[in-house]
Structure formats: C-alpha cells, structure tokens
Design a protein around this ligand. Structure first.
Ligand SMILES: Cc1cc2nc3c(=O)[nH]c(=O)nc-3n(C[C@H](O)[C@H](O)[C@H](O)COP(=O)(O)O)c2cc1C
Length: 150
C-alpha cells in the first residue's frame, strides 16, 4: 500500500475526471490516494517520501493550467532535489497543437531534473483522438497501481 497524492491541472475538467478515476482505481488496488485540485507546495511536500501522480492538461501554447502552474514554479524555485519521491504523469493534450501535451512533459522534465524516480512511462492522452480520457487511462492506471508495489 502506498500513500499517493494526485495533483491536477485542468481548464475544462477532463484532467479532473481522469484524476478522479485514478483515485478510485488506486483505492481499489489498496492504496491511500487523495486528489488535490489546486495543490500547494505544503501538500506536495507531505509526499516527499511517498508517491505523486500529476494529471495535467495543456493550455495556451504548451502552458500549464492556472490550477497547477503556481505549484510547478514553487517546486522549481524551492525544492531543487527530491530523490525520495516516486511519481507518475498523465499528460492530456491535443496533437493539433504545436506543443503537444507540453505541460505534462514540462512537469516530467522538472521532476527528472530534481532526481525524483518516475514509475512507468508518461501516459499521453490526445483529445483529438480520444473522447473518453478516463476510460482510455484505465489500463495504464491499473498497471501503474501494480508497478508502485514492485
Ligand atoms: C485554448 C486552448 C489551448 C490549448 N493548447 C494546447 C497546447 O498547447 N498543447 C496541447 O497539447 N493541447 C492544447 N490544448 C488541448 C487541451 O490540453 C486538451 O483538450 C485537454 O484534453 C483539455 O483538458 P482539460 O479539460 O483538463 O483542460 C489546448 C486547448 C485549448 C482550448
């Protein structure tokens, strides 16, 4: 059983739906999972020896939604090094845009730089092809839930 914080960045609610699905499936797999809609640095730091799942869409031109952008910069400016943290990323985007799923990729790059340990590959969800992102994400979430135990 792992303690998992799910940090959400969304504009229109799709990433929120994926995050809630992830919470339900992770709990079903026996984990302690909590969703943070506008997560703060303090909430993030409560997981520094545990696991986080970042679920974020991309807005503007490859930008992070307002609901998660302050957290990104707080982590970048204040933390520096997070070697005890394990994490996953679900990146929502639309491949018609130039910076496809740029926000999730940016978050992954930041956490890699800070030496956090990624569990599994980044899940990319392309809204130009997928109409039910939470259903599409289900197999990935189930296998991620198992990888965390390993
Ligand atoms: C104004 C606007 C700008 C967007 N910019 C990007 C972008 O730069 N890159 C990308 O991959 N997707 C972009 N998207 C697509 C969204 O990330 C995608 O539709 C996502 O599923 C929305 O999820 P949300 O409802 O959680 O915000 C943009 C969508 C809108 C409406």
């Amino acid at each position: 059983m792992a303690k998992i914080g799910i940090f959400v960045g969304t504009v229109y609610g799709n990433a929120q739906m994926v995050a809630e699905k992830a919470q339900a499936l992770l709990q079903e797999a026996g984990h302690d999972a909590t969703v943070f809609d506008e997560g703060t640095l303090e909430e993030w730091q409560a997981y520094e020896r545990d696991v986080v799942l970042v679920v974020t869409s991309t807005t503007g031109q490859g930008d992070l939604p307002d609901s998660i952008e302050p957290l990104f910069y707080d982590i970048k400016d204040s933390l520096g090094h997070q070697p005890s943290l394990r994490y996953g990323v679900i990146a929502l985007g639309d491949s018609n845009y130039e910076n496809f799923s740029g926000a999730g990729k940016k978050f992954d790059a930041l956490l890699q730089d800070q030496e956090a340990k990624r569990v599994g590959e980044v899940l990319i969800i392309d809204s130009s092809e997928i109409s039910e992102p939470e259903e599409f994400a289900e197999p990935w979430i189930r296998s991620w839930a198992a990888l965390i135990n390993g």
